[in-house]
Design a binder for this molecule. Structure first.
Ligand code: C2O
Ligand code: CU
Ligand code: CU
Length: 555
């Protein structure tokens, strides 16, 4: 079914842009073959016969080296001595780092701790916030960017006025305190990132995002050594600068030529005993269909909001849409072996400029894994201590069998209300192809909508009552996948429906992000506990910035 609405699509403009469309499609899917040329989109260097500015030449796909050990993530130090208290400062600031040999340093925006002295030995990724259920968390945020920002605590049940909403920007040079208490049952894998109005995509793709782990007092998987894989996407120009968004990036969501794990391209991982992996998809738009290239199975034990009710064994792939997280058990196996961790080919039905589709994103290597059961890791961590990136391991320790039940999850019920969220899109080809339409600022002519309208800070899209369970139906009336995300709570996916056929979700899990395919409706059960305003949106960050976001007022 063709649902892409082309608003004006004046024939002249459409014809004039045919060449440009082909070039854009090509440049984004075969970027390493681009002829070297000059600078960026901003200089409106036109392609023959069109008004379209040429995309910046990108760094070659082999410009970054591979095969380094998986870097450890930084951990945010707790400045409080009080039990049950976590206090720290996060500074968002520009930091330049040497990245491409022979080019000038790459200017990232990153989160640093305390006084803001950048740690250049660690990945750009913001420091891990490692806290416990029951903790009161106080984070002073200092904005040293030249634009407003916020910190949003993706997935955590924090009060609405502490959640870094676009309505609560922190001005350049200003600071604020975020304060919240983590309730019982909130143990899980979360992350933090900026959420300013129309600036989220850029702030994230320049480096602002970091992991959060909330731990439970009695964690049934505490015996498994833990490894963190924070996956990000980097689109780098040949001159070492972070490339601006192209028109195609705005339309389909940005995907770079590099997919990084803990800031490294295709690092090496040594697995010497069964491990618990926490994986974050912190990419702007890239879908991660996680798999091992030899098809070896793994177990999913957790989702966005912590442990599942029961392990899901024998998975050979797991889709993590942008924003989603998962906890996996990866077995060391009985004999030494190797496998490549990949993001397998997945077709999220990206659009071409004039409608129609682009080919599926091919399989990407994420990491090379060496399984060496029984071999102690060299000089890594203290037994029993959980570290980031590196694994804490007591050399000889074999893992116990996985418990059949991980925790109790009660299905949310009874439903007191129903809500409908409809994703739709409209492309105004004429506006899109006007001179300057694809300059660095947000393009006109592309509309990504929720319930028929793009985001308006002054409008409330839906209203809920606090403490009441609701059934939400999220309907995708576009031709591409969109990951739906709701703030302030964790929900349960009930069923997925397509063409009148409803398939119940086969397992109980707490989630805050769920992919919705074209022509699909996903039904979820959800509840909000605090009065105030919450955002819900597509987690393809370009779509969010373009207005595929609504406000939920909780009364
Ligand atoms: Cu991860 Cu509203 O975002
Ligand atoms: Cu969020
Ligand atoms: Cu979207």
């Amino acid at each position: 079914m063709q649902r892409r609405a082309f608003l004006s699509g004046a024939l002249g403009a459409a014809l004039a842009s045919l060449y440009a469309r082909a070039s854009f499609a090509q440049s984004d899917s075969h970027m390493m073959h681009m002829a070297p040329g000059s600078a960026g989109m901003s200089d409106a260097h036109a392609m023959p016969g069109t008004m379209m500015p040429a995309p910046a030449p990108l760094a070659a796909a082999d410009a970054l080296s591979t095969g380094a050990p998986l870097p450890a993530l930084r951990t945010l130090a707790n400045e409080s001595r009080e039990p049950g208290h976590f206090r720290a400062t996060l500074v968002a600031q520009p930091v330049s780092r040497p990245l491409l040999p022979g080019q000038s340093d790459t200017l990232f925006w990153q989160y640093d701790a305390g006084a803001g002295t950048p740690d250049l030995g660690a990945p750009v990724i913001g420091p891990l916030i490692d806290v416990r259920e029951g903790d009161t968390v106080e984070i002073r945020f200092v904005n040293r960017l030249a634009q407003p920002s916020t910190i949003h605590w993706h997935g955590l049940p924090v009060p609405p006025d502490q959640d870094g909403n676009p309505a609560d920007p922190v001005a350049p040079g200003a600071e604020r305190l975020y304060r919240f208490t983590l309730p019982p049952g909130s143990a899980g894998t979360y992350w933090y990132h900026p959420h300013p109005h129309m600036l989220t995509a850029e702030q994230v793709f320049r480096g602002l995002a970091g992991p959060i782990v909330v731990r439970a007092a009695n964690d049934p998987l505490a015996a498994w050594p833990e490894r963190h894989l924070f996956v990000t996407d980097l689109k780098l120009a040949a001159d070492g600068t972070i490339a601006p968004n192209s028109m195609m990036d705005w339309m389909n969501g940005r995907e770079g030529q590099f997919v990084l794990v803990n800031g490294a391209l295709r690092p090496d991982i040594d697995v010497t005993r069964d491990e618990r992996w926490r994986v974050w998809n912190a990419c702007s738009a890239r879908y991660l269909l996680l798999a091992f290239d030899d098809g070896r199975p793994f177990v999913q034990v957790g989702s966005d909001g912590g442990l599942l009710a029961a392990p899901r064994g024998n998975l050979t792939s797991l889709l993590l849409a942008p924003g989603e997280r998962a906890e996996l058990i990866v077995a060391a196996g009985a004999l030494p072996s190797r496998a490549r961790l990949v993001a397998a080919q997945y077709d999220r039905r990206k659009m071409a400029m004039m409608g129609g589709g682009l080919p599926a994103e091919p399989t990407r290597a994420l990491a090379d894994v060496r399984f060496a059961p029984g071999v102690g890791t060299s000089g890594v961590a203290t037994p029993g201590v959980v570290t980031s990136g590196a694994v804490a391991s007591d050399a000889a320790g074999a893992s116990p069998a996985l418990p059949a039940q991980l925790r109790k999850i009660a299905p949310l019920s009874p439903f007191r209300a129903r809500q409908t969220v409809v994703f739709s899109e409209a492309m105004d080809m004429k506006a899109m192809h006007q001179p300057g339409a694809s300059a660095l600022s947000m393009p006109r002519g592309m509309q990504f909508m929720v319930n028929g309208a793009t985001y308006d800070p002054a409008r409330v899209t839906l209203t809920s009552r606090r403490g009441e369970v609701e059934q939400w139906s999220i309907e995708n009336r576009t031709d591409m996948d969109h990951p739906f995300h709701l703030h302030g709570t964790q929900f349960q996916v009930l069923a997925r429906e397509r063409g009148g056929k409803r398939v119940a979700e086969s397992y109980l899990a707490w989630r805050d992000t769920v992919n919705v395919e074209p022509d699909e409706t996903v039904h979820i059960a959800t509840i909000q506990h605090d009065a105030g305003e919450r955002m819900f949106h597509c987690h393809i960050l370009e779509h969010e910035d373009l207005g595929m976001m609504g406000t939920l007022r909780v009364v």
